[in-house]
Write a protein that binds this ligand. Structure first.
Ligand code: SAM
Length: 320
């Protein structure tokens, strides 16, 4: 697309050389050359390298120069550039024409467009004002997309009966998951891209539990759908990611939720220490009494908190 353009001025020869060199890189191969999104990414890549702008590419020029896009690390801006991953996310969400989807951090709209093609409505909440301007253009043909320029942690969603899809900004993965598990109108299901290690911690089983896995699995069923290479993002993050599915709606009868989490936090206070030591110290309980209570409930006092199942924690919250 670059070599044959007759309008190219000699001053742009350097830019053309750069483009041709870039075409051979794996980064460029991942992109579909015609989409606005790929232009956007390619430009920010070149701009990072301190290269010259290529004026013929009007959409690209327009999007970038007008909105001055550069991925912001602080906002966890690693954009998806792998169409196969986008397809996997869409497939995992089993989208239907009647669905309403909340997308957190739509970025430049790569995933949003694919979601909008199938569902009734997409509410796309993006914190970055510049990206919202770009989204308005990229998504102008999708009348079923509502773009909201807000921090998701301050956003109060009125809808019920919706699905949540997000390639989450890594710096606030846990607070976002917690928020959507604890609110009254939790989503029917969440399809999330998170860091691989976080995905494994969320979906862990005993003896590899943590406060995170207990907290999520108390409210929901969780599953790793697929792993994603870090090469599927631009800019490339340091670690690989995973697509996970979280289906809220687990209900435990007669569980005092505050007490449940107080005991879980006490049990994990010093994860390397034995359960009995953590619980007796943090909850100020007599060790002997506690030990016999634990044994009565088939929980070994000398094990670590990471070895307990959700049911063990529930038993503990009922007996203490
Ligand atoms: N969905 C896009 C994609 O897959 O290419 C972008 C994903 S990127 C990992 C995370 C996105 O979340 C960025 O667009 C970022 O600006 C946005 N974001 C970061 N913090 C946010 C917050 N508190 N509320 C809403 N969006 C946020």
């Amino acid at each position: 697309m670059f070599e044959t353009n007759p309008n190219v001025k000699p001053a742009n020869k350097k830019a053309i050389k750069t483009m041709l060199a870039l075409k051979k890189t794996s980064f460029f191969k991942l992109l579909s050359p015609s989409s606005e999104f790929s232009m956007l990414l390619l430009y920010s890549f070149i701009r990072e390298q301190g290269q010259v702008l290529f004026p013929q590419h009007k959409i690209w020029y327009h999007l970038i120069m007008r909105h001055k896009v550069k991925p912001i690390k602080r906002l966890g801006q690693n954009f998806l550039i792998d169409k196969q991953v986008i397809k996997k996310v869409i497939r995992a969400a089993n989208l239907l024409p009647k669905d309403v989807v909340l997308e957190i951090g739509p970025g430049t709209g790569a995933l949003t467009q694919e979601i909008a093609k199938t569902v009734k409505k997409v509410i796309a909440v993006e914190k970055d004002k510049n990206l919202c301007q770009i989204l308005k253009q990229v998504l102008k043909d999708f009348k079923n997309v509502k773009i909201v320029n807000q921090d998701i942690l301050n956003y109060s969603l009125q809808t019920t009966n919706y699905k949540l899809i997000a390639s989450l900004p890594f710096y606030i993965t846990a607070p976002i998951i917690r928020k959507f598990l604890e609110i009254k109108n939790s989503p029917k299901e969440m399809i999330l891209i998170v860091q691989k290690e976080v995905a494994q911690r969320i979906c862990a089983k005993p003896p590899k539990m943590s406060i995170l896995s207990v907290s999520v699995q108390f409210y929901a069923n969780v599953k790793i759908i697929s792993y994603i290479s870090k090469k599927s993002f631009y800019p490339q993050p340091k670690v690989d990611s995973a697509i996970i599915k979280i289906v809220p709606g687990k209900k435990y009868k007669d569980v005092d939720i505050d007490l449940f989490f107080k005991i879980v936090k006490a049990g994990f206070a010093h994860p390397r220490k034995q359960l009995i030591n953590n619980l007796s110290k943090m909850l100020k309980l007599d060790k002997k009494e506690l030990s016999s209570l634990l044994l009565k409930n088939n929980i070994r006092p000398i094990q670590r908190a990471e070895a307990l199942s959700i049911n063990d924690w529930i038993k503990l919250s009922k007996m203490l």
